[in-house]
Design a protein around this ligand. Sequence first.
Ligand SMILES: Cc1cc2nc3c(=O)[nH]c(=O)nc-3n(C[C@H](O)[C@H](O)[C@H](O)COP(=O)(O)OP(=O)(O)OC[C@H]3O[C@@H](n4cnc5c(N)ncnc54)[C@H](O)[C@@H]3O)c2cc1C
Length: 452
Amino acid sequence: MRRQLERTLWATVFLAVLLAPVLLAPLLHGPRTRNGSSLTSELLSELSVGIGLLATSMLVCAVALPSRLRTLTRTLGIDGVLGIHRFVGLAVILLVGLHIVLVVAAHPANMALFDVLHAPNRARTALGATVALGALVALTVLRRRLRHRYEVWRWVHVALAGTALVLSGLHIWLLHHLVRDAAMLALLAVLAVGVLGVLAYRWLWLPVLGARREYVVREIRPETSTVSTLVLEPRRHGARRGYRTLEFAPGQFAWLRLNPSVRAQEHPFTIASSAHLGLWTEFTIRHSGDFTRELRLLRPGSSVWVDGPHGAFTLDLRRTTGLVMIAGGVGITPMMSMLRTLAHRRDRRPHRLLVIARTVEDLLFRPEIRQLQQRLDLTVVELLRQPPPSWSGASGTVDEDLLTALLPGKFRRNQLDYYLCGPPALVTDVLTVLDGMDIPQPRIHTEQFDLV
Ligand SMILES: Cc1cc2nc3c(=O)[nH]c(=O)nc-3n(C[C@H](O)[C@H](O)[C@H](O)COP(=O)(O)OP(=O)(O)OC[C@H]3O[C@@H](n4cnc5c(N)ncnc54)[C@H](O)[C@@H]3O)c2cc1C
């Protein structure tokens, strides 16, 4: 109920931000002919203004979306937030292209505005914003091919988005005719204050708040040669203030950093422990790159700063008759949190877990999963992509035959909720299989361990 309300509220806010300036524009400047201009060129001009305003409000939404507003990530999930962010970002660049075409189509003499040396500042700011947006989209599309470090890409992305936003604002300001209207000026001011507020929350308030969310490493427990579990407990800030435990729903994640500074690297990791573990919070991490290797070198007593919980990949937001959890590699972490929590809650519903790993060594938490089977009604299937000759379990890829054997009949399987987590390629492949089996879309929940 609360989630539905939050969804409705966010949808209303986004629609209002997107549409208000566009709807206000024709009311203030209804089509009219000016000296020597034809009605067609005036209409094209008005259309270009409307499209430009829509592009600006979409840019505001694209900037606001990934600002870690917890109620937003809880409502849409991180995959949902980033999916909409990418879609809106692409729409902005298309609308900007259309805006430029319409500006020239309305008055072909406007071609002169492309001459950066002689063009007025209103055109220079527009060109600057367009170049920043183009570079932003190109760098995102080509990120994997260019093989830039994620952090470098992220800071360039943030800088280009900021540049595009500021230059778009200046472009509107220098156009004069929009800000001359009191109503439009007020609306644009509300948009500007709104986006500045969200950015201040993300880049000023969260780091300040984050500095108070200090945790201490209690233990680092090796799971395999490349994976270990980081056990954290809140740092006590004086006897009076006591502990600040992390309350989360099983399956949610948090951003970890090793330094409270806003410039410090921050990486997302799913909370693997039960939501009822009390003071301790556990993260199980594959040490695959520089940051995750640094985490492995932490010593008990070291500090870690936690921003969370975030995300909607949790069983606590839905009613269901049972869960089907499909996990690839370290994507088992949210499933462990859910299973451990369900065991704490003495859950009686039937659940199914399909674990996909490369080799036997990569199958995480095997002994604990067997113990959980004693406490829960849990069916487990392990699938290896590179099985040894002695392996008698499932191997290869996830297909319809494998899932049909794991799931109940068609009617009951459509009442279950499906949780998919792991590398993007695996999530996409399993989604295709589930789609082929006509599993209802709203019953499928995904989390990809990759943000770009
Ligand atoms: C919602 C979510 C939950 C996750 N949960 C877990 C988990 O429980 N256990 C686990 O081992 N891994 C988890 N990951 C993946 C983990 O965040 C990355 O493996 C980690 O950030 C890699 O950092 P690195 O510097 O060690 O490796 P790198 O080699 O630098 O990065 C490898 C890849 O990880 C991604 N990445 C790197 N830095 C970041 C960042 N700051 N933010 C987002 N993505 C980044 C990029 O796609 C990059 O190409 C999760 C990812 C997401 C999005």
